[in-house]
Design a protein around this ligand. Structure first.
Ligand SMILES: C[S@@+](CC[C@H](N)C(=O)[O-])C[C@H]1O[C@@H](n2cnc3c(N)ncnc32)[C@H](O)[C@@H]1O
Length: 277
């Protein structure tokens, strides 16, 4: 591992806004902060907003600056990325920001029922392969996790460049009859992006430079707690057309070749599960 990463990991531990639970504090057990984030961490009663897969935490920091009456927590497994957000929040003396280095799969060990008011999911790995569909951050299994901690009227906001993930999320929303306020497949092209939606993450910047439209979905889970996994026909079409293979050929623009394809993803390799670095 590079010296720079090790330096960032060490510096993370010096930031007051940084929390790195030990595995034993999350695995099949409740972390001490579960149910206590407001009282013990933020020392206020304000609403809590999560950014899942926050990377460098651009949304966490930008939303926190605009909303001093709310608390924001960026969650990511990659210590060197999260360092950027934690460092910025520390330098700017922001008291309404936290960064949590943890796997999203452990989120129910970290937050209590109704403790979270809103969720942002910013440019998650689209997990194009059907066999990895359950890894998508809007897959039913993840919605079950979110339902355990999000207020029933709490919004989930998804920003993605992936038209496939956008379509998949719309299918999930329809399947479970969820309330959807926005499903916009090109927020800049349509003029929909306001000041908040125009905040650009590192990944978003990269996709914009490739000329890709950015999508935004905003929905609620309501009272529903159970979300059984289901097969989505969009995945069959994607695999049958061999579209994934075309997308993983470097530099090939799948859009020009696709036939009845549901998406206009960039030709990047599908990301492997996030490693802990
Ligand atoms: C494509 S990056 C996007 C980062 C950032 N939101 C952005 O837009 O620049 C996806 C991020 O999700 C994180 N991630 C993926 N799976 C995760 C998981 N299961 N638990 C925690 N973080 C995860 C990765 O470490 C990575 O930083």
């Amino acid at each position: 591992m590079g010296k720079d990463k090790l330096r960032k990991f060490a510096e993370n531990l010096t930031f007051e806004c940084f929390v790195q639970p030990a595995f034993e504090e999350m695995f099949r057990t409740d972390h001490p902060l579960k149910g206590n984030w407001r009282k013990e961490f933020f020392h206020n009663d304000n609403p809590i907003v999560l950014e899942l897969g926050c990377g460098k935490g651009e949304y966490t920091v930008a939303l926190a600056e605009r909303n001093p009456d709310k608390n924001f927590i960026g969650v990511d497994i990659k210590g060197a990325r999260i360092w950027r957000g934690a460092k910025t929040a520390t330098e700017r003396k922001m008291s309404n920001v936290g960064f949590l280095r943890a796997r999203i799969e452990f989120i129910t060990s970290l937050f209590a029922e109704g403790e979270v008011d809103e969720i942002w999911i910013t440019f998650p790995d689209p997990q194009l392969r059907t066999k990895r569909a359950k890894k998508r951050l809007t897959a039913p299994i993840f919605l079950e996790y979110y339902a355990k901690l999000l207020r029933k009227d709490g919004w989930i906001n998804l920003k993605t460049d992936s038209q496939h993930l956008f379509a998949y999320t719309s299918a999930v929303i329809e399947k479970f009859g969820l309330k959807c306020e926005v499903a916009n497949n090109d927020i800049y092209g349509s003029g929909y992006a306001d000041e908040v939606l125009s905040v650009k993450t590192a990944y978003e910047q990269m996709y914009l430079e490739r000329g890709l439209p950015i999508t935004y979905t905003r929905f609620q889970l309501g009272e529903r707690k159970e979300f059984p996994m289901f097969d989505w026909e969009g995945d069959d079409i994607l695999e049958k057309d061999g579209e994934i293979e075309r997308k993983t050929e470097s530099g090939t623009d799948a859009r020009s070749k696709s036939r009845g394809c549901l998406h206009t993803m960039p030709c990047k390799k599908e990301e492997k599960p996030a490693k802990q670095d």
